[in-house]
Design a protein around this ligand. Structure first.
Ligand SMILES: Nc1nc2c(ncn2[C@@H]2O[C@H](COP(=O)(O)OP(=O)(O)OP(=O)(O)O)[C@@H](O)[C@H]2O)c(=O)[nH]1
Ligand SMILES: [Mg+2]
Length: 634
């Protein structure tokens, strides 16, 4: 039928589902899909952060599992991180200090063999590099190359994590996101601090390989703290993480003079790190576990983004749906207004009766018909003025109803958008508050074309000679007006004298047509003419309605929720295949598009049906009442 029952689907962007076994490919596709999705501002910022996590760590690491490991040494200020790094290497690479926080600039210590990798933009691409002496005020990554660290592993002495300095904290997060291994340094005085545990919980959640160093452990604390720390780690899901204890050294030597923590105190940790550096399989295992954990974390964030996108899409569809309803109302209004006979003013109907006459109807149609023909013939040449008047009345009436309905639908849509999405409306073209600027022209064109269609229909229907002769003798215009009147007239909403006049005119029109074409054909002609009008109205109103896509299109821009979900599923599957057992099971899939609008079942079929019921059925009933009785009396 003419008006769609439901808001039609918009054309979808190409979706090419691909099964990629290479996790790098699948994850890159997910990264690109996230980057290409339009989201609300806060979610867009989160999407950028996720994309950064892909770019900064996940993708380079997936592509280079054998590249040197990055172990980030983090923890509270003053816990002795810098002292520990210097002690491990027996070289003063970082300045420990008494003024807190001491280390502001991250210091990456790597074997010269690995320097190329750590200097490349694949590692911590967001950080600029600095070499040499270092600048305590800079957050540039200082790279120290030294043979005292074995190839295959680098240590990064990070600024403290519990800093009063916001900049340090943001930097700490960035460094941790890039780490293959987190070495947490804490002390008996600080191990229970909330901030330390925020990071540790985060690490546990991400599945990062974690090593904890309980530093500066004196004899008294050694009695209780290690057990308590283990208990807390178990609770946090870090039961599998290794804990190293480093005793407190009462008289720490002067590292500027080459005095460090004694080799024995740091030996277990040093041995662990050396083994890791030398064992490429172990390194791959650590990198693989951490990168899969990072993928897991990214997938969780992507899931949240998918939900946001889904809500945004649902909102856009709801908005489209309500605009659609306003235009459906407009369509229904036009049909109602052109069906109930209100458009047919008494004076005009009188003129119509002047044209076709009434007096002899009761005495037989043949006679009445020839009288009508005579009468029309008596209007000299060209179109008789009264006929022209009726035509004009019908044309301008239909035109006005269309323009008015289009304006009303626009005004209602505009105010609805203002109520539910003021920020969207604020950025919209204010012309959307009204019907299109060219609505007058387009409505006039619709009326013209519909009339032309009716003329064609009459010509096409008049097949046999006798019919053609009758069409000729009455004139096409008379029959066109008669058919339009039939389409437009209905007794619904009319009472008393109006019924007699409007209904009577329609009845006369119908009889006139029937004398030419026969009853069944006329009924079909009227239905066809009404359907044709419906279709034309639908096309015109659709153009009007689709103007509002300007508002909702940006909400549906780029990768949609379904596409995101498919890409996330693909990434999860391929990472799971490559690193089995690390990712947690995929969350249950939501039904895509759940909760988005559907029609209310009062679509155009109903509109057309009510037209048929209201107009044609009513007209036939009336005919039966008027002529049936008379016919019976003959
Ligand atoms: N006596 C003693 N002093 C230590 C020990 N470990 C670290 N220190 C001192 O504690 C202070 C802080 O040590 P750092 O190594 O600078 O601590 P950090 O964790 O790097 O601190 P930030 O850089 O501020 O985060 C320094 O003065 C160190 O000399 C130790 O075992 N014994
Ligand atoms: Mg330090």
């Amino acid at each position: 039928m003419s008006t769609p029952e439901q808001l039609p689907e918009r054309a979808d962007a190409d979706r090419v589902p691909s099964h990629q076994d290479d996790p790098t490919q699948a994850v890159r596709r997910l990264r690109d899909t996230v980057a290409a999705s339009a989201l609300p501002p806060d979610a867009a910022a989160e999407a950028r952060a996720v994309v950064n996590q892909f770019d900064d760590y996940i993708l380079p690491r997936l592509a280079n599992l054998d590249a040197p490991l990055l172990a980030v040494i983090g923890g509270s200020t003053g816990s002795g991180k810098s002292t520990l790094v210097n002690g491990l290497l027996r070289e003063r690479v970082s300045n420990p200090g008494v003024i807190r926080p001491t280390t502001r600039q991250p210091i990456l210590v790597a074997n010269p063999e690995d320097a190329g990798w750590f200097n490349s933009p694949r590692v911590l691409p967001g950080l600029t590099r600095s070499h040499g002496a270092g600048d305590e005020q800079s957050t540039a990554l200082r790279i120290v190359e030294t043979p005292s660290i074995p190839a295959g592993l680098s240590l990064l002495d990070a600024p403290d994590f519990d800093s009063i300095d916001d900049r340090n904290r943001a930097l700490a997060s960035q460094l941790l996101a890039a780490a293959d291994l987190w070495i947490f340094v804490t002390t008996p005085a600080r191990y229970a601090d909330q901030l330390v545990w925020n990071f540790l919980n985060d690490a546990a959640g991400r599945g990062v390989e974690v090593v904890v160093v309980l530093n500066r452990l004196d004899a008294a604390a050694a009695q209780t703290v290690p057990q308590d720390l283990r208990r807390m780690m178990d609770q946090a899901g870090l039961g599998g993480a290794t804990v190293f204890t480093v005793p407190f050294v009462p008289d720490l030597g002067d590292d500027t003079a080459g005095e460090f923590l004694s080799p024995e105190t740091v030996e277990p940790l040093r041995a662990y790190l050396t083994r890791l550096a030398e064992d490429s399989a172990a390194r791959r295992a650590v990198a693989g576990k951490t990168v899969a954990g990072a993928v897991e974390g990214a997938l969780e964030r992507v899931d949240a983004l998918i939900e946001r996108r889904e809500r945004q899409e649902a909102f856009a569809h709801q908005l489209d749906q309500s605009v659609f309803e306003h235009y459906k109302d407009a369509h229904r209004h036009i049909i109602d207004a052109t069906s109930d006979g209100k458009m047919l003013r008494t004076e005009v109907m009188d003129r119509w009766q002047d044209v076709v006459g009434t007096s002899d109807v009761g005495r037989g149609f043949e006679r009445w018909f020839s009288q009508a023909v005579d009468k029309l013939g008596s209007f000299f040449s060209g179109e008789p003025a009264p006929l022209r008047e009726v035509e004009t009345e019908l044309e301008s009436g239909l035109h006005a109803v269309i323009v008015d309905a289009a304006d009303t639908a626009a005004a209602r849509s505009w105010s609805h958008i203002g109520a539910v999405a003021p920020e969207l409306r604020a950025g919209a073209d204010p012309a959307l508050a009204r019907a299109s600027a060219d609505i007058d022209e387009r409505a006039a064109q619709l009326v013209r074309e519909w009339q032309a269609g009716i003329i064609e229909q009459i010509q096409g229907t008049a097949g046999e000679k006798r019919q053609r002769a009758r069409v000729m003798s009455l004139g096409l215009n008379v029959l066109t007006v008669a058919l339009i009147l039939m389409v437009f007239a209905s007794t619904a909403g009319l009472t008393g004298g109006e019924v007699a006049i409007a209904g009577g005119s329609a009845v006369l029109s119908q009889r006139l047509l029937e004398t030419v074409f026969g009853e069944d054909t006329v009924r079909k002609m009227a239905t066809d003419a009404r359907n044709d009008l419906n279709q034309r109205l639908d096309a015109l109103l659709r153009v009007e309605r689709e103007r509002y896509y300007e508002l909702t299109d940006p909400l549906l821009d780029g990768a949609g929720a379904e596409e995101l979900r498919a890409a996330a599923g693909e990434a999860r599957r391929s990472v799971d295949e490559r690193f089995p057992g690390i990712l947690s099971p995929a969350p249950a899939a939501l039904e895509p598009g759940a909760g988005t609008g559907a029609g209310d079942g009062t679509g155009a079929d109903d509109v057309a049906e009510s037209f048929e019921r209201g107009t044609l059925r009513g007209l036939f009933d009336q005919l039966r009442g008027t002529f049936g009785a008379q016919g019976g009396g003959q």
